[in-house]
Design a protein around this ligand. Sequence first.
Ligand code: MN
Length: 735
Amino acid sequence: MIRIEDVIAKVNENRPGADTDLIRRAYLFSALHHRGQTRASGEPYLVHPLEVAEILADMRLDEVSVSTGLLHDVVEDTLVDIETIRSYFGDEITLLVDGLTKIANISDLSKEKQQAENVRKMVLAMITDVRVVLIKLADRLHNMRTMQYLKPEKRERISQETLDIYAPIAHRLGMGKLRSELEDLSFQNLYPDDYKRLAIEVDARRPELEAALESIKTTIADQLTEHQVPFVSIEGRVKRLYSLWKKLKKQKIMIEQVYDLIAARIITENDRKYCYLAMSVIHDIWTPVPERFKDWIAIPRDNLYQSLHTSVIGDGGQPFEVQIRTEEMHQIAEEGVAAHWKYKESNLGKQEEDEALDQLRNTVEKLLLPLVENTEQTEDSADFIETLKLDLYPKDVYAFTPMGKVIQLPRGSTPIDFAYAIHSAVGDTCTGAKVNGRIVPLRSEIHNGDVIEILTTQNSKPSGDWLNFTITSRARNRIRHWISQEQRTESIDIGRKLLQQEAERFRLPVKKFVNNETEMKRIANEYGLGRPDDLFASVGYGKTLPRNVVAKFLGPEKFGELDPDNQKETRLKTGMKAVKKFIGMGEDAIVVKGVDNMLTARANCCNPLRGEDIVGYISLGKGIVVHNKRCKNVSQLMVNKERIVEVEWAKSDKEQIQSVQLLATTENRTGMLAGITNAIADIKTGIRDARANVSKNDIGLIEVTVEVFDKKHLDKVVSAIEQVQGVISVERVNT
Ligand code: MN
């Protein structure tokens, strides 16, 4: 049985100065908690984490990874919880163990044939930290190596998952050796008959193939030496069973027709020119097969693989492949991302180490995300991950466009952030969003793996309200920029209107005053402002009173003479703070404090009722819009404090009728509607509309639209309805 000292010896050899005490502590902890557990083979469970740790040590990973290898199943398979791990081993190991535990939970669901979705989830989880991927792969490799003790069904399921998920990930990460072993083990377990048949077929040829390889290797070595091409080694191999099987099936050919059943590999010293030299030597010995030459050195594969491939016709007419690469390229080809650890000096500072990890993480992201992007979406991607609470990577979430492009956003982002991340024009014209096919409010938080479709409308504009639920600076800057621009335009308009009205009061020709560029510029300068527009904006924002602008225009003497307030008997001593009356929309009188002759309108959102507390908001086009103080929109409008004006209901000579919609919640019994309408009629109140419904949970819902004079009247109606037997509650709709 493997011992911890073997693992530690490897770590010491590969990474001198590593913290082996940490590994020892992890070992003791793992041994303590897995105590008494056994594997399917009957061995103590501890063998598994130990073997995984050894694979990681062989990969030359750091002590944190090796320790995590020892601890990776503790949370999953014992009573230890993640917080205990944290208290013993700190945040770094905890994050890794947590990631691995979550991936284990996803695997359990893969029976459902949701492989595509699973790949996506796995990848999202793995991007957390490169080491999560590497440890998971080591874990899987050991499980695959010891699968003979499991029941056939379980073997099949795990093998299928390995082929679908882990082998492709290993491939993407350039880990050729690990991938090959995973594939061959899966193949063996999934298709035992095919495997046996093919193995027999290849074994029958093996002596002949090995002999051919030997002679090829000797020829190459002689020729390279003769031409003074420095090489490290020459290897020969018979094609792996799984890739041979795939090729036979895909191309529907016989084993004799396989070009690369055997291959030679030349590992040169670390200079790419030796590769090209070696190739010319090879092409000199044997005739190359046209169009079978590939230069992965000049153009490396995505997964960083570099090599020259060429096929030549052998002495006996049998074609074979030759791969040529440097020692360094070879290591990358075998170990992929894991090879990067070799170059990590063990004397790096913490910060440099973090940077190196970050860089590695970016590489892994680049390699793995395409795997996810190409994944087809399945029907139930809607509640994907959300149910799994895959909140591994604490800072970011990954969402997808309908085309499968990954958008990375900080956690807490909403569809508006997403829209701006795609393009500012998409953000500016966003009017809605579908998440996983369902329309959602724009303030909904985005979760890992959401597929988001942004709905846009031409000429639609950003809303200041969005600032309450966007977190990316890109989105916020665009929205703020837009609002300040919009507000300024609006303010200039309002300011100009206010000045025109003031001019009318003073009976000044607009041409001479507001429309007189020179005069306006002069007054603007007096206020320390640059252009007439700045002056209008200042008036529009309420910083400068229109009356004072007129005073500056006329001069004190003429101003006193023309001031209409001086000519009125009912002159008000409080000056501009005076309360002035005017009629709004011909329906209701509303008093607005401090502003003259502005149009007013009742806000549609809350439809304020005479007697209720109200507040005014200066808007462009509609003048002053009057809201109920309790209206939800008011709190948002308060952002622009300078636009809020005090308003109150004017005393009115005759009573005015207004329709108000009420919703009564009642017990579900007969006669409720009649009871309520009678109660309303009893207090001599008009009913415009009434209808009854029953909700799913057997509650009566009665909507009535009543005609009332003011709030007091409405209160009376509400209390009359409340007194009807069976009524549970009454509320006003739309406030
Ligand atoms: Mn395990």
